[in-house]
Design a protein around this ligand. Structure first.
Ligand code: NDP
Length: 283
C-alpha cells in the first residue's frame, strides 16, 4: 500500500514555492488574514498559516478584531485589504463570532485575492472553468493524486459529502477535462453506500463521520483519501478506518498527516497564484 504522506508533500510544495519566489528575485508576495474574536482553534489555524507563509518565502499580515467588532467594522477591514495593492491573498478565518454574517464580508474579496476559493465568484469561475482560486482542501486532494501518480483519466471516483467547501468542488475538479475521472457524488441520502463506494478507483471521504469508511467500502487497490476530521473520546479521527482499509487499499492518506497539511500547502500555492494574477509576480 502506498502511503499518501501529506506532511512530506506539503514540505516539498512549500519548498518549491520558496524556490520559485527566490528565482524571481524575491518580490513581496503577501497573504493577509482576518481573525475576528478569540476562538482558540481559529487562533491556532491562523498562526500556522503565517508560519507556513514564512516557510514559503512570503510575507503575511495579520489583522485581528475583537469579538465585539460590528459587521461594518469587519467589512471595512476586508474592503481595505481588497483595495491594498501590497496584499495579494485575503483569508477571512471562519466561523465569524455569532451575530456577524460572513456572506457580505466574503463578497468584498475580489476573486483574484480569494485564496480560500470560497466566494460566489470563485465558485462560479470553477464551474465555468475560468481562472480563479479553488478551495484549498479539494485542491490538496488533487495535488496528492498528481504527485503520488494516482491515475485519474477514465477512472471511477466517488466523493462522499456534498458541501460547497469540500465535496462539491472536489467533484468538479475530478471531473474536469484533463483529469477526466467519472465521478459519483454520494451523501447522507445515498442508497447502498457500501456498493457505491466499492465502485471507486478513487474514494474521497468528506462526510465528517468518524471511521465510517471500512474495508467493506473499498475496492481492492483503490486510492482512498480521507478528508474528514472528527473529535472523539479517543482523539481526532478521520472518516476512514485506517487499520482495516490499509489492508485493502492501494493508496491511503494517514490521519493526521494527509489532507490537513495539504490544505495549508494549497493556501500558499493559491497565494502565489494570486500575486501572479494581480501582476505582482512573474516566472
Ligand atoms: P459538512 O458537514 O458541510 O458536509 C458533510 C457532508 O457529508 C454532507 O454532504 C453530508 O450529507 C455528508 N454525510 C454526512 N454523513 C454521511 C453519511 N453517514 N453517509 C454519507 N454522507 C454523509 O462538512 P464539510 O464538507 O465542511 O467537511 C467534511 C469533513 O471534512 C468534516 O469532518 C470537516 O471537519 C473536514 N474538513 C477537513 C479539512 C482538512 O483540511 N482535512 C478541511 C475542511 C473540512 P448531506 O448533504 O446529505 O447532509
Amino acid at each position: 500500500m502506498k502511503l499518501l504522506d501529506g506532511v512530506a508533500l506539503r514540505d516539498q510544495l512549500v519548498a518549491e514555492l520558496r524556490q520559485r519566489i527566490e528565482a524571481a528575485g524575491s518580490p513581496p508576495v503577501c497573504l493577509a488574514t482576518v481573525l475576528v474574536g478569540d476562538d482558540k482553534p481559529s487562533q491556532i489555524y491562523v498562526r500556522n498559516k503565517h508560519k507556513m507563509a514564512a516557510a514559503a518565502g512570503m510575507i503575511s499580515k495579520q489583522v485581528e478584531l475583537p469579538a465585539s467588532a460590528t459587521q461594518a467594522e469587519v467589512e471595512d477591514t476586508v474592503a481595505g485589504l481588497a483595495a491594498d495593492p501590497t496584499v495579494h491573498g485575503i483569508l477571512c478565518q471562519l466561523p465569524l463570532p455569532d451575530g456577524l454574517d460572513p456572506e457580505p464580508v466574503l463578497a468584498l474579496i475580489p476573486y483574484q485575492k480569494d485564496v480560500d476559493g470560497l466566494t460566489e465568484v470563485s465558485m462560479g469561475r470553477l464551474v465555468r472553468g475560468l481562472p480563479g482560486h479553488v478551495g484549498c482542501t479539494p485542491l490538496g486532494v488533487m495535488r496528492l493524486l498528481e504527485r503520488y501518480d494516482i491515475p485519474t483519466a477514465g477512472r471511477r471516483a466517488v466523493v462522499v459529502g456534498r458541501s460547497t467547501l469540500v465535496g462539491l468542488p472536489q467533484v468538479l475538479l475530478l471531473g474536469r477535462k484533463g483529469v477526466d475521472a467519472t465521478v459519483t457524488l454520494a451523501h447522507s441520502r445515498t442508497r447502498d453506500l457500501v456498493e457505491v463506494c466499492r465502485e471507486a478507483d478513487i474514494l474521497v471521504a468528506a462526510a465528517g463521520q468518524a471511521r465510517m469508511i471500512t474495508a467493506a467500502h473499498v475496492k481492492p487497490g483503490a486510492a482512498v483519501l480521507d478528508v474528514g476530521i472528527s473529535r472523539t473520546a479517543s482523539g481526532i479521527v478521520g472518516d476512514v478506518d485506517f487499520e482495516s482499509v490499509s489492508a485493502v487499499a492501494g493508496a491511503l492518506t494517514p490521519m493526521p498527516g494527509g489532507t490537513g497539511p495539504m490544505t495549508i500547502a494549497c493556501l500558499m500555492e493559491n497565494t502565489l497564484a494570486a500575486a501572479r494574477m494581480l501582476g505582482a509576480f512573474a516566472d
